[in-house]
Design a binder for this molecule. Structure first.
Ligand code: NOJ
Length: 448
């Protein structure tokens, strides 16, 4: 690790992120429709410990308290997602005014607190009624999503200026159709994964086009997960192997958005197996519709070396001797820096780190505090890498820590705590952790 330096420009923003299903609860209140995650988590065995988002952090009823906490933390930005099923309960039918009002009130509350809202349209909670019509495998999904996006732009575009279309398309298509850990829970079906992804990417481009007509003074982007594959050594073989691995993973969505084409080696592999549908030029143009910023979620890197025995990527993993988090993710801030350097070279639009964080098993002490020094250490390491990359010329505009609150870590349930704020799931009491206090001091220091 290089020397810790945490210098950020004054106009760089620090925030925290959440997602609707992970914090809101109130899963069937005020006209909300059922989402694929409601249905999935209600099937025993799908989520660890039988946990569900039925109540989660009860943010739906505690929204004002949560914004007050953000204010106390001096946050400059809050990244949240809108539940499609609150806005259009069956996905493509009537608009639910109570759902519109909930986010409208949240936005007003944020603006009153001087916090900039960053709104994500889709953080994995597809209306169940649309899944029953084929979900992202149905080409109509592009129209469903565009209409939903238009409703949201019209309702909030006067006050929200920063929008994200999709969160982590790689994860929800891969886990939905290959590992089966997420709804619709299908395993090993690459063809469906790629088809769903192709519709998601077109939905993104189509929403960007709609946005330009409705919100004239705002910015829109997409959030991609990038678990960067870094070469284990700088040998030509390992460098080429890592680049190939990236094509099959994060690059599958990054390259269409940024370069206007699917990555070539991976596309050839999938095409030869009948897993990549024919792609037209018009579709690629839609997918690569210009965006205003790229959001990146990053938690860890994978190190790889060349290995001809792996017929697909031609790589084998190499495990670095580093600390691991509660979720067994390696802490690899040097790889984060390498990834940022790659972005500095290829990206033509500003970057925002829309998620980065660490899961720990935080407990409240008898004094009522949470002493999460390991989280502070993690943040220092990753923010130092970011600060260095910015000093070297990377155009990165902001950083959102994942997450504001401890919350439902999808199929892993509630045990992995990512928050700056501890949530007691019995009483729903919030406790600001030491890391939250540290973060707010860092924000003050930047603004001095
Ligand atoms: C990715 C997702 O966007 C978020 O929902 C999740 O909780 C975090 N990363 C941690 O896994």
């Amino acid at each position: 690790m290089k020397e810790i330096s945490l210098k950020f420009p004054k106009n760089f923003f620090f925030g925290a992120a959440t997602a609707a299903y992970q914090i809101e609860g109130a899963w069937n209140e005020d006209g909300k429709g059922e989402s694929i995650w409601d249905a999935f988590s209600h099937v025993p065995g799908n989520v660890d410990n039988g946990d569900t988002g039925d109540v989660a952090c009860d943010h739906y009823h505690r929204m004002k308290e949560d914004v007050a906490i953000m204010k106390e933390l001096h946050l400059e930005c809050y990244r949240f997602s809108v539940a499609w099923t609150r806005i259009i309960p069956d996905g493509d039918g009537a608009v639910n005014e109570a759902g519109i009002k909930f986010y409208s009130d949240l936005i007003d509350e944020l603006l009153k607190a001087g916090i900039r809202p960053l709104l994500t349209l889709y953080h994995w909670d597809l209306p169940l009624a649309l899944q029953n019509k084929g979900g992202w495998l149905n080409p109509e999904s592009v129209n469903w999503f565009t209409r939903y996006a238009e409703v949201v732009f019209k309702a909030y575009g006067d006050r929200v200026k920063d929008f994200v279309t999709f969160n982590e398309p790689f994860v929800f298509t891969d886990f939905g159709y290959v590992t089966g850990a997420f709804p619709p829970g299908i395993k090993g079906d690459y063809r469906s994964k790629i088809l769903a992804g192709h519709h998601v990417l077109q939905s993104h481009g189509s929403a960007v086009r709609a946005f330009r007509k409705i919100v004239k003074d705002g910015r829109i982007g997409i959030v991609l997960d990038y678990a960067y594959n870094a070469p284990a050594t700088q040998s030509e073989e390992d460098v080429a192997a890592a680049a190939r691995a990236n094509e099959f993973w994060a690059g599958w969505y990054f390259e269409p958005i940024v370069f206007g084409r699917y990555p070539q080696t991976a596309a050839k592999w999938f095409r030869e197996r009948g897993q990549l549908p024919p792609v037209t030029e018009a579709e690629m143009k839609l997918i690569a519709e210009p965006i205003d910023f790229l959001g990146i979620n990053h938690y860890f890197c994978n190190y790889v070396k060349a290995d001809p025995n792996n017929p697909r990527e031609g790589t084998a993993p190499v495990y670095p001797p580093v600390q691991h988090t509660l979720m067994n993710w390696p802490i690899t801030e040097d790889g984060f820096y390498e990834m940022l350097t790659y972005f500095r070279k290829v990206l033509k639009v500003p970057l925002v780190i829309t998620e980065n964080g660490i899961a720990l098993n935080d407990i409240v002490t008898v004094e009522g505090t949470v002493e999460d020094y390991d989280r502070i250490d993690y943040m220092k390491r990753y923010l130092s890498a970011l600060s260095r990359a910015i000093e070297e010329g990377l155009d990165c505009r902001g950083y959102c820590y994942w997450s504001l609150l401890d919350n439902l870590e999808w199929a892993a349930g509630f045990k992995d705590r990512f928050g700056l704020v501890h949530v007691d799931y019995n009483t729903l009491k919030r406790t600001i952790k030491r890391s939250g206090r540290w973060y707010s001091a860092l924000i003050d220091e930047k603004n001095k």
